[in-house]
Design a protein around this ligand. Structure first.
Ligand code: ATP
Length: 252
């Protein structure tokens, strides 16, 4: 089966920041984690893929189609979550859902109601009155309720307590289990990826440092290991050492 997402040579120029030649692909049945420190370009990558910001160049093939040429059709088949966007802050959840539901041909009200219950969401509340974690859960409930094939999620677990994070990671694992769907999500919480990711893409200063299946990825950072490391390096250690901020606590 073909990759569900192929990103090739994506470039986006902001004053003071450039996303440079970003390429990677997501296989069906896989969960890919997008890591990188604050300001590395994770959100810009996801936004450029989705044409939420217009990239200078590059191609995005989604579910076998050129995304920029078939945006409307492709969007039916993808679930998207972007944190930090308080759209319709004064609207009640029920009103936002009513608009969303109309957009998706494959909207599944029963599944949506199940997620409302599972996430303890009250539809009569205004979006702005939700806690940050509840906002993320609500956006996830929308993204998960129209039988998408590909999920593109910007920090979907940030702001969630450990129990809720666990719940969400289980949902991701369940989604990809049939081998036909995929999840791409950015995160700072590398332990979430230790637990559920098949593949990792590491963005540093706007470029892809490494994109590979987790085993190959971890192996390619073996050179960062020191004599004091007993086991393989965790993703967190890899990031800390790559970014040059791995403080030796025994030296303090
Ligand atoms: N609309 C914009 N105009 C100008 N610069 C922007 C814009 N959006 C993002 N940037 C810049 O692009 C760079 C990458 O930002 P981005 O949000 O992609 O990083 P990130 O890896 O998602 O960071 P974080 O982990 O903090 O969310 C930053 O320097 C940011 O200031």
């Amino acid at each position: 089966m073909n990759d569900l997402l192929q990103v090739e040579h994506l470039n986006k120029l902001y004053p003071g920041f450039t996303l440079k030649d970003v390429s990677f692909s997501v296989k069906p049945g896989h969960i890919m984690g997008l890591i990188g420190k604050n300001g590395a370009g994770k959100s810009t990558t996801l936004k450029s893929i989705l044409n939420m910001v217009r990239p200078e160049s590059g191609t995005v093939t989604m579910l076998g189609k050129d995304f920029y040429g078939h945006e409307k059709k492709c969007k039916q088949d993808i679930g998207i979550v972007f944190g930090g966007i308080d759209f319709y802050p004064l609207k009640k959840l029920s009103a936002i859902t009513a608009v969303t539901r109309r957009f998706y041909k494959d909207w599944d009200q029963e599944r949506y109601n199940d997620y409302l219950r599972q996430f303890s969401l009250d539809e009569s509340k205004q979006f702005r009155s939700l806690s940050n974690g509840m906002k993320v859960k609500y956006l996830l409930a929308l993204a998960l309720s129209h039988h998408a094939t590909l999920y593109l999620l910007d920090e979907p677990t940030s702001g969630l307590d450990p129990v809720s994070r666990d719940e969400i990671l289980h949902i991701f694992t369940r989604i990809v289990k049939d081998g036909k769907r995929s999840v791409l999500f950015s995160t700072h919480i590398t332990s979430d990826l230790d637990r559920c990711a098949d593949d990792i893409t590491y963005i540093k200063n706007g470029t892809v440092l490494k994109s590979a299946d987790k085993e190959t990825f971890l192996h390619s950072f073996e050179h960062l290991r020191t004599d004091r490391d007993t086991g393989p390096l965790s993703l967190e250690k890899i990031m800390l050492r790559t970014e040059g901020s791995d403080i030796d606590e025994t030296a303090l």
